[in-house]
Design a protein. Structure first.
Length: 214
């Protein structure tokens, strides 16, 4: 049967990237999405903003909501200090299977814990399953209608500390208006918008960085 877009993306990585070289995996995916098939990776423009925030925070505990094919997982994991791991949650088993292979091709499998399931189910399990007290950095890139319920879940589960940084993709396109209103109005967050474009297009989009104030 016909292959899927994630499977074709994996093939492009295996053909064009160098094993163990995260930068070449990132470039191969961006090339595939620019010249072959658009796909919903955070992309190179927003990816550079992601890189700068991760570098600034230098987190010891990291959570990514929405692995998809592992592009942003590779972007984040390649910047983490030795011994630091990131937990990434993916709802779709077929996407998780491709992501696992792309992360391994980049040589970053020892820095990543990929968990299949829904964020609503898994967030309350973070402390018991992974020994997390609080997260230093969270990247929200899963489903626009889950951003607001999940940030409330982080608060309820005591997973945020003074200074925890949340970075949210797609706050303009597809758009997360209720989440934006919440973090921008709440006195418990200091929020900043980073304008950019929807990956591989000229459509307006951006990232919202929100620091939890405790
Ligand atoms: C699926 C999709 C289609 C979009 C769009 O406007 N399109 C018009 C322009 N053409 C070219 C592409 C398609 S934007 C988008 C999207 C983008 C992300 O970064 C996402 N991240 C996480 N979870 C998502 O569901 C998610 C969806
Ligand atoms: Mg996205």
């Amino acid at each position: 049967t016909r292959s899927t877009r994630p499977q074709r993306m994996l093939k492009a990585v295996q053909k064009n990237a160098t094993k163990g070289n995260p930068k070449s995996v990132i470039s191969a995916i961006d090339y595939f999405c620019k010249h072959s098939e658009w796909a919903m990776n955070v992309g190179d423009e927003k990816g550079s903003i992601l890189d700068s925030v991760v570098t600034e925070v230098n987190p010891s505990t990291v959570l990514e909501l929405g692995t998809y094919c592992g592009y942003s997982t590779v972007r984040i994991a390649r910047l983490l200090s030795p011994g630091t791991k990131l937990i990434t949650l993916e709802f779709n088993p077929a996407n998780a299977a491709v992501a696992k292979q792309i992360i391994a091709y980049a040589g970053l499998q020892d820095k990543v814990i990929l968990v299949e399931g829904s964020s609503g189910d898994l967030i309350p399990q973070m402390k018991e399953r992974f020994g997390i007290t609080t997260f230093d950095f969270i990247f929200l890139d899963h489903w626009k209608d889950r951003y607001l319920p999940d940030i409330k879940l982080f608060e309820e589960c005591g997973l945020l500390r003074k200074g925890s940084v949340l970075l949210a993709d797609n706050v303009i396109c597809p758009g997360t208006p209720e989440y934006l209103e919440y973090v921008r109005k709440s006195p418990r967050y200091e929020s900043k918008y980073f304008p950019a474009h929807l990956e591989y297009t000229k459509v307006e989009d951006g990232l919202e960085k929100s620091v939890f104030l405790g």
